[in-house]
Write a protein of this length. Structure first.
Length: 185
């Protein structure tokens, strides 16, 4: 009986641990972290984009870094672009201000951050491709105006090829920008 109870507790602990680790597993699988309508804080963006810095800080303090989390790929959809537009919505600008603050601190490091534009499926594939590139370029221009190093920012447009909501191809959340250090596959 005692053995069954212990295994039951272990099973429950494993389920609870898996539930809390699900976002980490999603990130390992290349899924972006949805920022939603929140304006993230600079410390969490810095840790997400540049996790290796935390290891360097530990090692500088005399500790051993036991592992490195993967860099996070952020999705900024909640402040969705208007249909056919690359104009930055106000909420997106507030979110990007935080990213610009972090990127300013990484000037001259030679690191690359991808700005990936997306479109919904309301236009032709060619038009959606061009629009997604324009959205990514608008974000890059904004970040550079706020002090980010332009050589760090790589613009990519995916058109409507990677819908956040494939069940509703014209949904607003498909009109988004993603920012991260690794290309999604």
């Amino acid at each position: 009986m005692k053995l069954e109870l212990t295994l039951g507790r272990l099973g429950l602990a494993a389920v609870v641990a898996a539930a809390f680790a699900a976002p980490a597993f999603a990130q390992l699988a290349g899924q972006p972290v949805d920022v939603g309508t929140q304006v993230p804080d600079a410390a969490s963006v810095k840790e997400g984009l540049f996790p290796e810095d935390a290891c360097k800080e530990l090692e500088a303090s005399g500790f051993k870094c036991m592992g490195l989390k993967p860099a996070i790929h952020y999705s900024l959809p909640a402040s969705s672009f208007k249909v056919g537009s690359a104009e930055l919505p106000e909420l997106l600008k507030k979110q990007l201000d935080v990213f610009a603050e972090v990127l300013r601190s990484k000037k001259g490091t030679g690191r690359e951050v991808r700005v990936v534009g997306h479109a919904d499926a309301s236009g032709t594939p060619e038009a959606n491709q061009q629009l997604s590139v324009k959205r990514a370029e608008s974000v890059k221009e904004y970040l550079v105006q706020k002090g980010a190093d332009p050589s760090m920012l790589v613009v990519v447009g995916l058109g409507s090829n990677d819908l956040a909501n494939p069940g509703n191809p014209t949904a607003a959340e498909n009109r988004r920008v993603e920012i991260g250090r690794q290309a999604r596959q």
